[in-house]
Write a protein that binds this ligand. Structure first.
Ligand code: PEP
Ligand code: MN
Length: 293
């Protein structure tokens, strides 16, 4: 690991692992993210309609997911793409929560929207394009909800921790980090999943770390195997895109799993999740032994 890293940890004192603060467990209802549970968050890229959202929520809950994802305010690369349903989308997320008992994670893009979205969301998502929007991070420090902080697509892990520190400095240490793939020269996948980010972040920080294999791969066929990799490197959970009819999705259909794909992925992960718990019990230090020199 980069030897300069350690000297810089004093800048991240609120998010860096210390002898006193080994792990943060983010509690959402009866869920503990960053504890022993492996928590799967799933759902459509964007909330499109009541039927799309409720059927997806029911399908992912039946397969074992605990948190419903869905964007109501969408940061799209093209200004001509679907921008989300806004408040109507938030109300549909609330309806889905009441129908299924799933918690809700949804994206917030601007500081002005923090108050409104915090009324509906259990977890506030910061997207890759907003990771260094410091006005947003400051507002999220005071929002009273846990924050899911996605890695900027061209950000170093040091920059991820800097952004987490901004949220923590402003009063909120309920932060979940998310590796969602970074831009590299490779074009076969939408982004390159930096799987090493998981053990590195868990070695240097006390915050939970989850993986988003959907935005990393950009292709649905690669999502299950990358999800497996996330379990094996001891991530605390997943964020996965699922759609009732991916070919008709208004955003990110190519990387979205069908209900059947999702159920199969969850079945496939089960032995790996069991092994992860075993490895923690038998050799608790095996997966966290990353030297920071
Ligand atoms: C999303 O989760 O749908 C999303 C826009 O993700 P990212 O910010 O990682 O591109
Ligand atoms: Mn998406």
């Amino acid at each position: 690991m980069n030897p300069h890293w350690n000297g810089q940890f004093s800048c991240f004192n609120l998010v860096a692992k210390t002898d006193e603060k080994v792990r943060t467990v983010v509690q959402v209802g009866d869920l503990c993210i960053g504890g022993d549970q492996f928590v799967v968050m799933a759902g459509p890229c964007a909330v499109e309609s009541e039927q799309q959202l409720i059927t997806t929520a029911e399908a992912i809950a039946a397969a074992g997911a605990r948190i419903l994802r869905g964007g109501a305010f969408k940061p799209r690369s093209s200004p001509y793409s679907f921008q989300g349903l806004g408040l109507v989308g938030l109300k549909l997320l609330d309806k889905a929560r009441r129908a299924t008992g799933l918690a809700i994670v949804t994206e917030v893009m601007s500081p002005e929207d923090v108050g409104l979205i915090a009324e509906y969301a259990d977890i506030m998502q910061v997207g890759t394009r907003s990771m260094q929007n410091y006005a947003l991070l400051e507002a999220l420090g005071k929002c009273g909800r846990p924050v899911l902080l996605k890695r900027g697509m061209t950000s170093t892990l040091e920059e991820v921790l800097e952004s987490a520190q901004v949220i923590a400095m402003n009063g909120n240490s309920e932060i979940i980090l998310c590796e969602r793939g970074i831009r590299t020269f490779e074009t076969a996948t939408r982004n390159t999943l930096d799987i090493a980010a998981v053990p590195v972040l868990k070695a240097v920080s006390h915050l939970p770390v989850i993986v988003d294999p959907s935005h990393a791969a950009g292709l649905r066929s690669l999502v299950p195997v990358l999800a497996r990799a996330a379990v094996v490197v001891d991530a605390d959970g997943l964020l996965v895109e699922v759609h009732p009819c991916p070919d008709k999705a208004l955003s990110d259909g190519v990387q979205s799993l069908t209900f059947t794909d999702f159920q199969e992925m969850m079945d496939d992960l089960r032995p790996y999740i069991a092994m992860r718990s075993c490895a923690r019990g038998v050799r608790p230090h095996l997966l966290s032994r990353v030297e920071v020199t």
